[in-house]
Design a protein around this ligand. Structure first.
Ligand code: B12
Length: 653
């Protein structure tokens, strides 16, 4: 009966209209993030005889594309995308078994993950969603994925695609190794390799032998969908014969590569040694008019200075002067304090910011942490239930207490030995919560379960306030800087930020700084920061920011925007690209020198035009990669010391 109705309907044209309506409803269910509706409509579509492939592509996936477009235009944010992706998967669960049954062929299979050493997975998850929306069967290996797992998963599943993400310059290199492993195994040509993440450029992708890279998840999935269509059938690509040919094909290339590759050397250690040797020979080159501490304090208050202060955010990388491992830097107060002391001494830095890693507070709240010997610790085992969050006392035995003691030691050493200020550092409430529960989960729960998230932020704000208070009570710092990472347009709207962190900070955290007569200091290395909230509403005294020129059209701001707008109330600190510090060649050093000079020459006149004289700290916008070299860091300091005093006099009189 039903079938005969459809035959009639199909021939009448009404069916086309009905189908179109169904696709619109499916798209709408996904775009509005309604999982139940998406599943219900998918069932209905099947009942009505609509081709599941069409329902997926023209309905569910279209909804996801609508949201992805909105995200790119700044009209939707990551929480919306995550909820829409949940709705899409809800519908897909219903449709997919029928796709297979109806013999629409084996769906293209993709292996996806974030590379070893890297826990950034928000972008990777979006790429996975868009590929799934395009019909790929995605095998998600998660984040911090051991390199061999990509190859093994590709083999096991006779994959058509490998999609790797890296958000850090230090982990990007892992992608090249995966490609080499594929070549070694003879399966490089059996699949397509796509790499991506903020630092990945087209040149880099080409250099490591990937097939492509794309700046966003939508273009990535469009490209991959077309690319897999051009592949030969899987049985052919994955045949023993092809694999043997593949092994031979890449043997010579790999042998050459191995022969020419530099011996693995510790560039941090080498450059530290060079700097120390030079220091022992000549000491600190120039005798300056002001002490570090006077210069920094004067700058914060816009008083007269001999030159602007300079502090590229070199934190963990300074351990190479001791030398000590990253593990010791994070767990042993002596090693931490000595790294700060020797770094400031040998590099003549104007201050030190005590950033250790971003998982200290979540660790004390019960999250499992991995602490590698030579890399930044990361939160790995999240809590399964918000209700389990219990606020510990800030006392001996907690990681944060250890950090307070380490900071106290570093402060004493810097103040007494070098006349330099020590700025302590810890995570803000929302960063603590995302590290504890997982970022995707919290961002999604903000929309689906806001009260639970608000309760958790509320509790954690108490903890964050206790920590700051302890820093002040124990006199463990000259200033305290808070990482308010999530306050930006890449992740959430200014309204959401205000609801889920801003008002807690304003009402409870900022007053504590006022009580101790301390300026509220913020670090956020994200792009498109919500500065009005972060600076105007909080009354912030120092803001350490990164600048992303490529994203200027989307609202990434530099000193020319920031000083006129916020210079009267807040000292800005940025913006030389931290990633550039990794290139220790003479060209790399030259690039840092040029960027520093350009920034200094740009900032000073803008300060002057705005009636200011010194309210800016020359810095790097984010942490200098801890596995990187130190000669580039030194280059930045030396330029400011060399040209800073004359420029200051010329401009300010
Ligand atoms: C959020 C964030 C975090 C969160 C991550 C939470 C999570 N679960 O992902 C947390 C707090 C955990 C974190 C930790 C750290 N971070 Co972080 N972090 C960021 C931040 C602010 C945003 C990243 C993000 O999610 N962007 C939004 C998503 C949607 O964009 P995306 O990832 O770029 O993805 C898009 C595209 O790139 C593309 N894409 C992504 N993958 C792929 C793959 C393929 C194949 C293709 C084609 C395309 C593609 O499509 C996506 C969607 O459109 C960036 C700054 C920035 N703006 O990038 C710093 C940043 C990445 N972090 C940085 C650093 C230094 C760290 C830490 C080392 C800090 C520390 N000292 O502890 C640790 C690293 C720990 C570790 N071992 O990994 C640096 C890295 C610098 C460097 N050396 O290269 C950055 C660049 C900040 C900076 N300016 O310096 N971080």
């Amino acid at each position: 009966m039903l079938t005969s109705n459809y035959v009639e309907l199909k021939s009448s044209g009404v069916y086309e209209i009905m189908k179109e309506e169904m696709f619109n409803k499916l798209a709408e269910a996904v775009a509005s993030g309604n999982k139940e509706k998406a599943a219900e409509l998918s069932k209905q579509a099947l009942d009505e005889g609509i081709d599941p492939q069409e329902a997926l592509v023209n309905g569910l996936a279209r909804g996801m594309n609508i949201m992805s477009d909105k995200y790119e235009n700044g009209e939707a944010f990551v929480p919306h995308l995550l909820i829409s992706s949940g709705a899409m998967y809800g519908g897909m669960e219903i449709l997919i078994p029928h796709l297979k049954k109806e013999g629409s062929g084996r769906p293209a299979t993709g292996v996806i993950g974030t590379i070893e050493g890297d826990v950034h997975d928000i972008g990777k998850n979006l790429v996975k969603t868009m590929l799934s929306a395009s019909g790929f069967n995605m095998i998600d290996l998660g984040n911090d994925v051991p390199l061999e797992d990509f190859v093994n998963a590709a083999k096991e599943n006779k994959a058509d695609l490998i999609s790797m993400s890296a958000l850090m310059t230090t982990t990007m290199v892992g992608m090249e190794k995966v490609i080499e492993n594929l070549q070694e195994e003879g399966i490089r040509d059996a699949l397509i390799v796509m790499v991506g993440g903020a630092p990945v450029s087209e040149e880099f992708a080409e250099k490591i032998g990937a097939d492509s890279t794309h700046p966003d998840s939508m273009t990535a999935s469009d490209w991959a969908t077309n690319a897999v269509k051009k592949l030969a059938p899987a049985e052919e690509r994955w045949s023993d014969e092809k694999i043997s040919v593949g092994k031979v094909k890449y043997r010579d290339i790999l042998a050459k590569k191995k022969a020419t590759s530099e011996k693995t050397k510790d560039i941090g250690l080498e450059t530290a040694k060079e700097i120390m040797d030079e220091f022992e020979k000549v000491g600190v080159k120039s005798k300056e008019e002001m002490t570090h501490i006077d210069r920094v304090v004067s700058s914060l208050g816009d008083k007269k200075v001999d030159r602007l202060p300079v502090y590229p955010l070199a934190c963990g990388v300074l351990r190479k002067f001791v030398p000590t491992t990253y593990r010791d830097y994070t767990t042993d107060p002596e090693a931490f304090a000595q790294s700060a002391y020797l770094g400031v001494k040998y590099m003549d830095l104007d201050m030190f910011v005590g950033l250790v890693d971003l998982s200290i507070t979540s660790s004390d709240l019960g999250c499992d942490i991995s602490i590698p010997d030579e890399d930044t610790p990361a939160s790995v085992g999240h809590l399964d239930d918000y209700e389990k969050i219990e606020i510990p006392e800030v006392k001996e035995g907690t990681r944060i207490y250890e950090l307070i003691q380490a900071s106290k030691l570093a402060k004493e050493k810097l103040n007494k030995g070098l006349n330099a200020p020590f700025v302590a550092f810890h995570e803000g409430p929302l960063l603590t919560l995302t590290q504890l529960m997982g970022a995707d989960r919290v961002l999604m729960d903000m929309k689906t379960n806001p009260d639970v998230v608000l309760d958790a932020v509320d509790k954690i704000t108490d903890f964050v306030c206790d920590i700051s208070e302890k820093f002040f009570e124990e006199d463990a710092c000259d200033g305290l800087c808070i990482d308010n990472l999530w306050s930006n347009n890449v992740i959430m709207s200014e309204d959401d930020y205000w609801t889920f962190e801003g008002k807690f900070v304003k009402d409870r955290h900022v007053p504590l700084f006022e009580k101790y007569n301390q300026p509220y200091m913020i670090h956020s290395c994200a792009d498109h920061v919500h500065y009005d909230t972060q600076i105007k509403k909080f009354g912030t005294g120092l803001f350490s920011y990164a600048y992303y020129p490529k994203l200027r059209h989307k609202g990434s701001k530099n000193y020319a925007d920031l000083i006129p707008k916020y210079g009267d109330m807040c000292c800005m600190m940025g913006e030389v690209d931290p990633i550039k510090f990794i290139d220790h060649s003479s060209e790399g050093v030259q690039a840092i020198e040029n960027d520093t000079e350009e920034l200094l020459k740009g900032v000073l006149p803008v300060l002057k035009e705005n009636g200011l004289q010194s309210k800016y700290v020359m810095s790097s916008g984010c942490e200098i990669p801890p596995g990187g070299p130190l000669n580039t860091v030194k280059a930045m300091v030396d330029v400011v010391k060399k040209i800073g005093p004359d420029l200051q006099k010329e401009t300010m009189g």
